[in-house]
Design a protein around this ligand. Structure first.
Ligand code: APR
Ligand code: MG
Length: 280
């Protein structure tokens, strides 16, 4: 069925679309990413996503989170700056959002009224947005004037769309494409052979990654990488595809020398520098 065709985003695609760092660039060239992540019981997600973002080229990173979280992670991510009580301040309209190159929200946050209010404020703006984990809910993105990217694993996809997990997993490409068009947002349907579907119907399958990624935290790393990549790419679709590809390629590099049982999510961002270099 031609309609169901999807390409495989391959090594050559990555090589020809990954931007180089310009010799005369400065941090402003690459823009500032805003990461809204973490709560007192889930501070680690903030760090994993923060590391992913700063390792993926963003010029600057602002992390919006809770005060407890800042004191835990600042020592391991001194390169970022922090916005305390971000959800509350965004919900009240106290935080200027237009100046960010891209915004990612979700890792380690709790889906409640405050979160939803903050998300509505963010979606009303014209900045590209990545929604993950606690930021994924039933809504649509039709009227948005900037790219919206959803990064659900199958259970989250099911929660957001009402499609049963078993049915989804048997027709991953079909449902990713269908829902992307319907919701007006790109969908990164995670799991083995992650499907990336764009609202214009363009659909790709990612060939990298392995079961070493089947461990808590790796999704948070991907969200951060997406944020960083959006900051440096001219074409947002390339940013999404290259993030998913390199995230998987880091896991592939891991299993060349180590057991698939042993990967920790933050080690993906330690592998990223060498893995990325192979594509320059
Ligand atoms: N092969 C290839 N890639 C895989 C595989 C596999 N067998 N298993 C998982 N992955 C990849 C996915 O494609 C995705 O990129 O690992 C990543 C996992 O992301 P998530 O499922 O979002 O996991 P994560 O968020 O890190 O941890 C679990 O999600 O359910 C929520 O809030 C819950 O904190 C929990 C979190
Ligand atoms: Mg997740």
């Amino acid at each position: 069925n031609l309609e169901e065709h999807a390409g495989i985003w391959n090594k050559e695609n990555v090589r020809s679309t990954l931007p180089l760092r310009e010799v005369d660039s400065h941090k402003g060239t690459y823009g500032t990413g805003l990461l809204i992540a973490g709560s007192p019981d889930m501070p680690g997600a903030t760090m994993l996503a923060g590391l992913g973002a700063m390792r993926s080229g963003a010029g600057k990173l602002v992390i919006g989170t809770e005060p407890e979280v800042i004191s835990i992670i600042v020592q391991r991510l001194p390169e970022a700056t922090y916005e305390s009580k971000a959800l509350e301040r965004i919900a009240k309209g106290f935080l200027e959002l237009d100046s960010f190159r891209a915004i990612a929200i979700g890792p380690g946050i709790i889906p409640n009224d405050l979160t939803e209010k903050a998300i509505q404020k963010i979606l009303a703006g014209k900045v590209p947005v990545i929604l993950d984990a606690g930021a994924l809910s039933k809504r649509d993105y039709e009227g948005r004037q900037a790219p919206t990217i959803l990064t659900p694993h199958p259970l989250e996809f099911s929660r957001v769309t009402g499609i049963k997990v078993k049915e989804l997993q048997q027709n991953r490409m079909h449902y990713a494409r269908l829902c992307s068009k319907k919701l007006g947002a790109a969908i990164v349907l995670k799991g083995k052979e992650t499907v990336v579907a764009f609202p214009d119907g363009d659909t790709w399958i990612n060939p990298t990654g392995n079961s070493a990624l089947a461990k808590g935290g790796t999704g948070d790393t991907l969200t951060g990488m997406l944020l960083g990549m959006l900051c440096i790419h001219e074409d947002w679709k390339h940013a999404v595809l290259n993030s998913v590809y390199l995230h998987g390629a880091c896991a592939d590099a891991w299993v060349e020398k180590n057991s698939a049982h042993t990967l920790l999510a933050h080690e993906l961002t330690e592998l990223l520098p060498q893995v990325w270099k192979e594509f320059e």
